[in-house]
Design a protein around this ligand. Sequence first.
Ligand code: NAD
Ligand code: UFG
Length: 339
Amino acid sequence: MSKTILVTGGTGYIGSHTCVELIQAGYEVVIVDNLYNSSKAVLKRIETITGVLPKFYQVDILDREGLEKVFEENHLDAVIHFAGYKAVGESVKIPLTYYQNNIAGSLNLYETMKKHHVYHLVFSSSATVYGDPASVPIRENFPLSTTNPYGTTKLYNEQILKDLAHSDENFSIVLLRYFNPIGAHKSGLIGEVPNGIPNNLLPYIAQVAIGKREYLSVFGNDYDTVDGTGVRDYIHVVDLAKGHLKALEYADKRKGIDAVNLGTGHGYSVLQVKDAFAKASGKEIAYKIVERRPGDIAECYADTSKAKEVLGWQAEYDIETMCQDSWRFQSQNPDGIND
Ligand code: NAD
Ligand code: UFG
């Protein structure tokens, strides 16, 4: 019998791609999302890609009764928990809102899981929990720290889940620390829809390419990197999604809690990404070098050996494919995902 997976935040960027991979692998999917940062139209897009319309609850994870109903009405085998707020800069301005949503909401979910004896969990963590790493590539056993409230909500969730796993040996939890997800499904039907002016590099470049923004501001070219601009480990969102299926299998095989990096292991600079995107889109990307962005680090890329070893997973798509797929989504959906 196929397994049923609850996907919180399942209409969002990474969640929707993961739902597609889950359905295509034969899982039943139940989505919980309050549609704060996504649209119901994503459900039909998932159906167009997979032939299956996922079961959907418009529920806020802060709503304990709403969550109860989902757990009562479905026999759930595992949870993948994506729901949360994710804007670093915004989290500095409204930290309590971030703690409320990302911590209190998650606590509701974990309590409901325990009550209903649903013990397998995959949690969306982030490379941000490594703070400013002393060296690269970053391994899972590096010291953890954060520089903003968003990052702190990820670190606290990790700690809460460690305590939970230690208190109850039924639990089997995988913390996935994502590096920089970009790209989109090859159909061009689902992808990242930034809210307002994009904070992240790829959606910003895509909007310059399509003519919505005049130029890219490159935040500093005096870092100690290949060309002075910031280096990150960009990973295709479909590779990332597939990593979640491997994490579910890993959770089936063992008990306790473990953290795993999901990245490619390769770093690209801002200017290298800009050039790759220009090539993929055939558009010139105007840019200006400006001041460093406060809080940014020079270089961040993953040591991927643990993911290979424990999950049997590694990223497959290269930066050219990531840019081509981002561009396809952006040009097919200039106004986002609507009915
Ligand atoms: P997203 O905003 O596209 O998806 C998150 C989804 O959660 C949205 O659909 C939103 O409506 C929903 N949501 C938010 N609060 C909710 C609540 N209280 N109840 C129900 N639904 C709620 O973001 P994403 O890029 O897909 O990120 C998914 C997860 O991965 C997040 O936890 C994020 O912090 C983490 N992550 C993202 C990145 C990245 O660069 N995108 C990097 C590292 C980690
Ligand atoms: N950058 C620019 N101009 C822009 C946007 C970004 O030059 O307009 C540069 C940044 O300075 C950085 C690189 O592009 O060097 C990547 O920046 P992003 O904002 O796309 O990504 P970050 O690595 O800063 O942050 C991402 C997620 C965070 C997460 C972090 C670590 O947005 O949520 O990775 O995982 F915490």
